[in-house]
Design a protein around this ligand. Structure first.
Ligand SMILES: Cc1ncc(COP(=O)(O)O)c(C=O)c1O
Length: 422
């Protein structure tokens, strides 16, 4: 007799209280770091915590330059400006990502061109870049999603051939590698996020990294009111170009430093948990775990699965299947839910094509052709949107005991699919 499903009043497979849901883990090293920052007379970006964080992330990442920002979105905008994108230029990116991967292009008065995803990496499909290039294309923004690198070699090859700059959006993938190279070290410039959910968290924050002196200087002007950036913290008090206020501050920088000291350990926990789940869930028909292809090292910021009704002989719509199965899993104590459920070009902003009012940037006189986002041909993105969900809480201090309970919940639900779908 199978155990009664939690949706029907049975005991949940994951005992209440077993899963730690809070992230990041805050311990005494974090508390001491923030208190130390509070003692310094400067709480601004002039705090020594910020300079130290820049150095420590440069060293960890293997980048010549690093500038801490108040968000990953700020770092992305700085990157777009720094590679020379100008009003009306086009930038190619993926139809599925966080909105900022695309809106940072609008922030610099340029026009996003969307292409479909590669169903393995969930980042943009390298084979589609060439067809999206126009005489106005300046750059490609490559998101490394969920903790997995995009397929970089063919992306870099086509960008090199067409003289396009490569911006890596590493906001979800601190430390992920591709053929032994860390994400963020393969393109011209990279952006990272330190928001609360990220594998490296400061509550909010970000980094821009690059090896290129010129890109760094240009990016750094946006950081502080258009001023020329001086690493010693002094100010030249002159706007040399358009600038925003993208600085971070002493307290989040101190927290980020304390978290960074533990990032390698936390990454190991994500990987141990993620790889265990992949081993176990791949044995359950109807569930497809995330890929970690040979030569890629996943850091499992998210654990995305696809629900596949056809694998269990069901002729039903994938979204309906996902809804019922997710409800049963949630009741068993596994948090499972989709993240974005819409392709970026289908969002209101892109459908209405009105960023700054009066239709800009699309109607800007420098936008040299009419770009439409109506019913774009995005078969892989649309299939993905119907099938996927994220399993949450692979982070420390959750360990294999918690993952085993998650797997028990999946087995329980998939062993009783008739009941779940009834
Ligand atoms: C892929 C991606 N890009 C950009 C961002 C923006 O980062 P932030 O929230 O720090 O602005 C995020 C944030 O979740 C993200 O996941």
């Amino acid at each position: 007799m199978p155990e009664k499903l939690a949706i029907h009043g049975g005991p949940p497979a994951v005992p209440p209280g077993l899963t730690h849901t809070r992230w990041p883990v805050i311990d005494d090293t974090d508390r001491q770091a923030v208190l130390r920052a509070l003692e310094h007379p400067s709480l601004t970006a002039g705090s020594p915590e910020v300079a130290a964080l820049n150095q420590e992330w440069s060293a960890w990442q293997g980048a010549r330059h690093c500038l801490s920002t108040n968000s990953g979105t700020a770092a992305l905008h700085m990157a777009v400006a720094a590679v020379g994108v100008q009003a009306g230029d086009e930038v190619i990116t993926s139809a599925f990502s966080w909105t900022s991967t695309a809106t940072c292009i609008l922030h610099h008065n340029a026009v996003p061109i969307f292409i479909d995803i590669d169903p393995v990496t969930i980042s943009l499909d390298p084979a589609l870049i060439e067809g999206a290039i126009s005489p106005y294309t300046k750059a490609v923004i490559v998101p490394h999603l969920h903790g997995l690198s995009a397929n970089m070699d063919p992306i870099l090859a086509v960008c090199r051939e067409h003289n396009l700059k490569v911006i890596e959006d590493c906001c979800q993938s601190h430390g992920a590698t591709y053929k032994g190279r860390k994400v963020g070290t393969m393109g011209d410039v990279a952006a990272f996020s330190l928001n609360q959910n990220k594998n490296l968290s400061a509550g909010e924050g970000g980094f821009l990294t690059t090896d290129d002196d010129d890109i760094f200087d240009k990016a750094a002007r946006l950081w502080q009111f258009g001023e020329i950036y001086r690493p010693d913290g002094s100010r030249d008090m002159n706007a040399h170009g358009m600038g925003w206020m993208y600085r971070t501050a002493g307290l989040p920088a101190a927290l980020a430093r304390a978290q960074l000291a533990k990032l390698d350990h936390y990454t190991e926990v994500f990987q141990t948990n993620g790889r265990y789940l992949t081993r176990e869930l791949s044995q359950i028909p109807g569930v497809e775990p995330p890929a970690e292809p040979e030569g890629y090292e996943h850091v499992f910021y998210n654990y995305p699965i696809r629900f596949k009704p056809e694998q269990v002989g069901l002729d039903m719509d994938a979204e309906g299947f996902r809804l019922k199965v997710s409800a049963a899993l949630n009741a068993e104590g596994v948090e499972v839910a989709p993240w974005w459920n819409i392709a970026i070009p289908d969002m209101v902003l892109f459908q209405q094509k009105d960023g700054y009012g009066k239709g800009c940037p699309w109607s800007c006189p420098y936008a040299r052709r009419d770009v439409s986002y109506d019913n774009l041909d995005l078969p892989q993105t649309r299939q993905w949107l119907k099938e996927y969900a994220l399993i949450r809480h692979l982070h420390a201090p959750n360990d294999l005991r918690v993952m085993e309970a998650f797997v028990r919940a999946f087995r329980k639900v998939f062993d009783q699919l008739d009941e779940v779908l009834r």
